[in-house]
Design a protein. Structure first.
Length: 94
């Protein structure tokens, strides 16, 4: 009985040879390595941006504190009202 090209043994042999060819390459390892490098680069850029944004937020917080201190009256409301009444009284008396 001669084996024909489409015999089960021939198909199995071709499949095994194809599997050997596929697994003999380091193509997957190369792709994984490249992806890991890309991921490391993205992670580094994200960390840099996060650090920059932390510095920006700290500076904005400082500026808000300065502006808030400048906008907050240093005297009590009644003292301010009394001073305005005094200035108004002086204006009317003049």
């Amino acid at each position: 009985m001669a084996s024909s090209p489409s015999s089960p043994f021939s198909e199995c042999h071709e499949l095994i040879e194809e599997m050997r060819r596929i697994y003999s390459t380091d193509e997957d390892a190369t792709k994984v390595h490249a992806l890991n490098q890309q991921f490391a680069g993205v992670r580094e850029r994200c960390e840099q941006r996060e650090n920059k944004m932390q510095a920006v937020i700290k500076e904005l917080t400082r500026r808000v504190s300065v502006a808030q201190a400048a906008a907050t009256p240093t005297e009590p409301d009644d003292a301010h009202d009394n001073r305005l009444k005094q200035v108004e009284a002086e204006r009317l008396a003049a």
